[in-house]
Design a protein around this ligand. Structure first.
Ligand SMILES: Nc1ncnc2c1ncn2[C@@H]1O[C@H](COP(=O)(O)OP(=O)(O)OP(=O)(O)O)[C@@H](O)[C@H]1O
Ligand SMILES: [Mg+2]
Length: 409
């Protein structure tokens, strides 16, 4: 087993499962996945912690399993943060260039002026992501330092989140006995695992449909431009099926995963499946078409809402890379076809790639965020080793995130 310094651990706290993934840096600088631990998540709803004890327990179980598989002891993790509480808004700033030549301090001033927006008191700025600079009306400049001009403008993307949600997340990881090296929003983590650099450059939408949340990240010009998180996911499909078939929720989930289809056309009309009825009323035979009739409109609705978000972002016509869909819910048969139809752009499924080790196991869209956190960690490891013990840690972590974004540009 490699020394622990070669190991990086991603901890994805999802609404369906908590998943710990251990990556090992090889001599050639590649990452091999050497351990995976997953445990059902009972303490999170819509991406946020609703029960501390349950979340801590799920984390401990997932970590123990990953430690066992990798033969290591985990003390530090890279964690994701998600949920409907995370929002992105775009700000615009303008200043006069003091010395006719743009300096680093002009950049700081213009970014600050673009960030001077009204942020509600229960929210915290998580990221300030410069998008582009405009010098004397000339747009699309990535690094204006040294350029001559009079007026400097900046467009920045500002990501805010509910401060208490982040606090609870860090607290749970601490109570499970670990430190948090860094936190990344899940869109950025997953993008490391499933998107190519080319896609991010030309324009691509990353869509992660999990159990309780759907996360959208729009990438263009090599960087993230827009994020949105909706409290919609596979759980809603389960509920529709449970209602429509009078089946208990766990049974609805099981038949969805085994026999569900997002496209009615893909299902053979002869086929039936056995479904347990609610209240111990035995088994009944249900045509598979009936399942698809319930699932299709819900998945269609989810993609219609996603399309609305993409259009709202203003990037809809700038996405030649199309959409990459990931997260467990895209495993439903026909999801990609239906997504193409509704979104009106090419769609491919995103599974973790460019990685060694247990690649057959992690080649599954449910692991995109966990593997992405390992890759994110490998890029940013050593930049900020946060040894966090107190409750104020999240401040340090978020400052770390902000630093990272400024380094990114
Ligand atoms: N084979 C499958 N077919 C259909 N759906 C599936 C399949 N496997 C998993 N799912 C669904 O995927 C969802 C879980 O996805 P995922 O593991 O990405 O969620 P999560 O990360 O825990 O949740 P979130 O990201 O919303 O917090 C569940 O609704 C589950 O039923
Ligand atoms: Mg997830």
């Amino acid at each position: 087993m490699a020394a622990e310094s070669n190991l990086l651990v991603g901890l994805d706290l999802g609404t369906t499962k908590v998943c710990a993934i251990v990556g090992e840096t090889t001599e050639g600088g590649e990452i091999d996945i050497v351990g995976i631990g997953t445990h059902p998540s009972f303490g999170l709803k819509r991406g946020v912690v609703v029960n501390i004890d349950d979340t801590v327990n799920s984390i401990k179980r997932a970590i123990a399993e990953a430690e066992h598989m990798a033969g290591c002891e985990i003390s530090t993790v890279f964690s994701g943060i998600a949920g409907g509480h995370i929002k992105g808004i775009t700000g615009h700033g303008m200043i006069t260039i003091r010395t006719q030549e743009v300096t680093k301090s002009d950049i700081d001033r213009v970014v600050e002026s673009a960030s001077a927006l009204l942020i509600p008191t229960d929210r915290e700025i998580l990221h300030i992501i410069p998008q582009e600079y405009i010098v004397d009306g000339q747009p699309g400049i990535k690094d204006p330092v040294g350029m001559h001009g009079v007026k400097l403008e900046a467009k920045v993307h500002i990501v805010t989140g509910q401060i208490t949600s982040a606090q609870n997340l860090v607290k749970c990881i601490h109570l499970a006995g670990m430190d948090v090296a860094d936190i990344s929003i899940e869109q950025i983590a997953s993008s490391e695992a499933v998107l190519t650099e080319d896609e991010k450059e030309i324009g691509v939408v990353l869509i992660d449909i999990g159990g309780g949340t759907t996360d959208i990240g729009i990438f263009y010009g090599g960087t993230i431009r827009y994020i949105e998180s909706m409290t919609l996911g596979g759980d809603h499909i389960d509920r529709d099926l449970a209602l429509g078939l009078s089946a208990p929720l766990p049974e609805a989930k099981r038949i969805k995963e085994k026999y569900g289809s997002a496209l009615l056309d893909l299902v053979n009309s002869e086929e039936t499946v056995e479904v347990i009825s609610v209240g111990g009323r035995g088994l009944k035979n249900v045509p598979r078409k009936r399942l698809a009739m319930i699932i299709e409109p819900r998945v269609e609705e989810i993609f219609a809402l996603i399309k609305r978000e993409i259009v709202k972002s203003g990037y809809y016509d700038l996405m030649p890379g199309g959409a990459v869909i990931t997260g467990g819910s895209v495993l439903i048969d026909g999801s990609a076809e239906l997504a193409e139809r509704v979104l009106g752009m090419p769609v491919r499924m995103g599974i973790p790639s460019n990685i060694g080790g247990l690649k057959d196991i992690i080649a599954n869209p449910i692991y995109s965020t966990g593997v992405g956190l390992v890759l994110y960690g490998s890029r940013h490891d050593g930049e900020k080793k946060l040894r966090i013990r107190d409750e104020n840690v999240f401040k340090n972590v978020f400052n770390g995130m902000k630093n990272w974004f400024s380094e990114f540009f």
